[in-house]
Design a protein around this ligand. Structure first.
Ligand SMILES: C[S@@+](CC[C@H](N)C(=O)[O-])C[C@H]1O[C@@H](n2cnc3c(N)ncnc32)[C@H](O)[C@@H]1O
Length: 427
């Protein structure tokens, strides 16, 4: 292995341990990849469909491995992520000691503080936490630097107010995460009052960024798929790409297979799901230069144009309420349908849902959608200007300027999505 791939001694020692536990690494090894930390490298050519890693059930860390007296001390609705994080934080040293070489391979808390918006300073859109880490400026930040899908806020507009509750895909992400982490913390503190916040939140983030979907062979999938969670030593080295995903598990363990051909020296990826870059940034602390699943949402902009409850009600009753998605190829059908409701009478609009074109005016629809896209592009311009000022300011700590630089890159992508969706619309 060439020295610049070399993962270092900690990872090599851990790999030996993992193989001794029955993990099978077929033609892959951990290696260092600039900008991505550790990942998996192909040590021989790999064909799509070949398995690359098997992790035996005996090595997987699941809820079933946690002693019942530890698991049962928490309120009934405590989430699996909270319980496993609490166990990693204050489980018995003896029980956790077999995993200690693995823990050393994980990122540090500082890595999370640098990469995960949830842990950023308030001035950059982070939240307030019990150790006061992100409360340095307790006032609400004057500019909202995070993309609206992450922060749920805008700089250049008052966002529209939805009158109905709905499940918004991949929107207002930091607040959602914040609520999950706060509830997790309240639940574990109620059972273990002296648990350490910094260590608990670190382990909660480890689970957020490194866990796999897992249901024990004798159990039904939980109501919320986030409760089907397990940590897989060694398999957690795989970085994400928008390749297809081929993972299987049964009572013997977990098998991860390649869905692409790889040459020696290539990085071998797994998919964490079809996630937009905003979702990847919020939940995993990174985003990609090229992401076929990237998109943004127009909900906050569109609901401004439907201030009255009756039209929102019409959208809701017809199941076209929210999740108005835009990608580089254009806007989704839901967005087109919402645009039609801006100028069509309700009768024509309802018939249009059944296929009628009576009352549809493509020029009008296009002008409305172009205006919505322009609103988002203007938000990008306003925010990028503020980010550039931050990056150039000596008064801002260097670490925050680096985060601002990263956000600037994300906003450039957002602007580019607006532009190409707008061009696709006028074709
Ligand atoms: C399951 S771990 C993968 C191993 C990790 N890179 C490490 O050094 O331990 C997931 C984390 O890896 C990083 N990551 C995964 N895919 C990435 C990618 N395509 N680009 C950059 N970072 C990535 C992110 O920090 C993410 O939270």
């Amino acid at each position: 292995m060439s020295s610049d791939w070399s993962p270092g001694e900690v990872h090599e020692t851990f790999t030996e341990w993992a193989l001794a536990q029955g993990v099978i690494a077929n033609k892959v090894r951990p290696a260092r990849f600039p900008g991505r930390g550790l990942g998996m490298i192909a040590t021989e050519p790999i064909k799509s469909g070949e398995f690359v890693v098997k992790v035996p059930a005996s090595t997987i860390l699941t809820m079933d491995k946690i002693p019942a007296e530890f698991r049962d001390q928490f309120p009934e609705d405590t989430r699996v992520q909270a319980i496993i994080a609490a166990y990693l934080t204050c489980g018995s040293e003896e029980e956790l000691s077999p995993y200690k070489l693995w823990f050393k391979t994980w990122p540090t808390r500082q890595d999370f503080e640098d990469s995960m918006p949830l842990m950023w300073p308030r001035s950059l859109g982070g939240l307030s936490w019990p150790d006061g880490a992100a409360t340095d400026e307790s006032a609400t930040p004057c500019t909202n630097f995070l993309p609206p899908s992450i922060s749920g806020s805008w700089n250049s507009i008052e966002k529209g107010v939805p009158v109905k509750e709905y499940e918004a895909d991949h929107q207002n992400l930091v607040e959602g995460q914040g609520q999950r982490l706060r509830k997790a913390w309240d639940d574990v503190v109620s059972a273990i009052p002296n648990i350490d916040w910094r260590s608990f939140s670190y382990h909660w983030l480890i689970l957020n960024t490194r866990s796999f979907y897992w249901v024990a062979p004798d159990q039904e999938p939980p109501e919320d798929r986030n409760d089907a969670m397990a940590l897989l030593p060694f398999a957690d080295y795989f970085n994400h790409s928008d390749v297809e995903c081929d993972v299987k598990f049964d009572e013997d363990g977990y098998t991860l297979s390649a869905t692409d051909d790889y040459e020696v020296g290539d990085e071998v990826y797994m998919s964490y799901g079809s996630h937009s870059n905003d979702m990847l940034l919020a939940e995993y602390g990174f985003f990609m230069d090229k992401n076929t699943s990237d998109c943004i949402y127009l909900d906050d902009i569109i609901f401004r144009d439907f201030p009255s409850a009756d039209k929102q009600e019409t959208l809701w009753l017809n199941q076209y309420y929210g999740n108005y998605c835009v990608n580089a190829e254009g806007v989704c059908y839901r967005t087109e349908i919402a645009a039609c409701l801006m100028y069509m009478n309700e009768n024509d609009w309802t018939n249009h849902l059944e296929g009628s074109t009576e009352g549809v005016d493509e020029k009008k629809s296009e002008a409305i959608i172009q205006r919505w896209l322009k609103t988002y592009a203007t938000e990008a311009d306003v925010t990028m200007k503020a980010l550039r000022r931050t990056i150039e300011s000596d008064a801002v700590p260097q670490t925050d300027r680096a985060k601002a630089g990263n956000l600037l890159r994300r906003w450039e992508q957002i602007k580019s999505i607006c532009k190409s969706a707008s061009s696709a619309l006028s074709l």
